[in-house]
Design a protein around this ligand. Sequence first.
Ligand SMILES: [Zn+2]
Length: 84
Amino acid sequence: MGKILFWVLLIIGGLFLSRILAHYAARKRQDNEQAKRTAKGAPSIAEEMVVCQHCNIHLPRSEAVYDREQTWCSKAHAKLGVRN
Ligand SMILES: [Zn+2]
């Protein structure tokens, strides 16, 4: 009788422990996904788009080249100037 009680308690204990571990794993995964989402979403919301005056391509302001108070996609296009 004592042996059966031992095994029942061991199985219940094992199930309880696995439940707790699964809960913590799920929580950790959720936190990681949320951190990834905020890191990915932040720049696209704030980033303003500008147009290259030579080829009319749209690019983020942080990647644009500034010359003669105008925006360009590259130094080569800034050198070429406005295309007619
Ligand atoms: Zn260009």
